[in-house]
Design a protein around this ligand. Sequence first.
Ligand code: UD1
Ligand code: CA
Length: 452
Amino acid sequence: MSLEVIVLAAGQGKRMHSTLPKVLHRLAGRPLLAHVLAAAQALAPRRIVVVHGHRGSEVRAAFAGAGIDWVEQAEQLGTGHAVMQALPHIDAGAEVIVLYGDVPLVHADTLRRLADAARGGLAILTAEAPDPAGYGRIVRSPGGRVERIVEHKDATDAERAIREVNVGFLAARASKLRAWLAKLENRNAQQEYYLTDVVALAVADGTVVSAVKAADWYEVSGVNSRHDLALLERAYQNAGAKRLLEAGVALADLWRIDVRGHLECGRDVSIDVNCVFEGEVRLGDGVRIGPNCVLRDVAVAAGSEIHAFSLLENAEVGARCRIGPYARLRPGASLAEEVHIGNFVEVKASRLGAGSKANHLAYIGDAEIGSRVNIGAGTITCNYDGANKHRTVIEDDCFIGSDATLVAPVRLAKGSYIGAGSTISKDTPAGELTVARARQTTVPRWKPPKKV
Ligand code: UD1
Ligand code: CA
């Protein structure tokens, strides 16, 4: 039996108060719809059809090349109407799962349970809501069989007291779904074609309806407002924090870490509060991250320390390095082992060899730096002439005095010693002291000016 997935994503999301379509709002750095599609893709379905509407071209553009079939629902006449738009694109013999694009934390396992429960009949996903207001309620017979779903706006007080709610996801054979949808009417409080009415229609024609209960409320909660989104973000981050702690990572505070991507940690890694990890980040054994650091697509080798307020992006840090506080590694920064990058030092598209140090206030861009090089405070590689970027090469064991400006292209041969305050625009010889600044003079018998 082939499985196909329909994702409903045509809603505007009025309560977000945003011009961005709701399913493009981000959770853990990725659009809501990306989370749903990832869960769907884990089931290896034959086809995924996304129903879009409001600002659909933006939604499609965000997922170009994702192997999705798009269907437009020009007017949002209800969830049942939305599924009707998608069905012509689905194989009649297929098992179909219907998902919502704004329920981002659903697990693939839960979807698998839902698909398995359908078995030629109809399966719906339900959950016990802490506060069921607004949701469709699951109405069961005295014997406990699912009879129908009633929308909050259509429900009686007695029905509103039911805490078991409709998550919105269901699974059924496409041919059956088509037959039920053809019978939908919009005579209800919202004058919409409710997908939820298929439950009563299935019961009426003798189809077995099974309810799969989700264990975790957050897993099946939808995003309707920024508040919902913020709550789900924290739930997602906290679940990730727990996994890190279980794997042996020392977190200073399990509520103050954000992973927007994938964080891989070795043994005895410690992470202080308010750090953000984006993209792919790898931290080797014993790495320590100070408070308020941001690491985006970075690998840090064993034993290195990143001190407070450092920003590292697309960079590689070797073993036993010391970075920060207040350091910035920009794309292409590559540090060998035991490199020190101190406060207010910026490194871009540069390699630093083992044991090299730039401890204070420096800019290193487009440079090739050897081992054991000492770069004094205030040193700048002048890599840009206004039109083109040029490289600076500093060979092993060079010593650059404070406040040097190195005008690229330039090469400092092994062991060059550069006097403080020099402007170096020509290559320097190995092992020699080069000074390029005006000589100090003292004016004899100088008198301060007098007021006239
Ligand atoms: C729906 C369910 C309700 C359930 C709740 C769970 C119906 C009638 N009600 O209510 O039982 O408890 O979800 O969150 O199904 N959408 C479209 N086209 C439309 C209307 C909606 O694509 O014409 C999409 C929305 O983008 C959204 C999803 O369907 O992803 C749910 O729509 P929404 O309006 O949020 O439904 P609820 O009223 O919350
Ligand atoms: Ca909703």
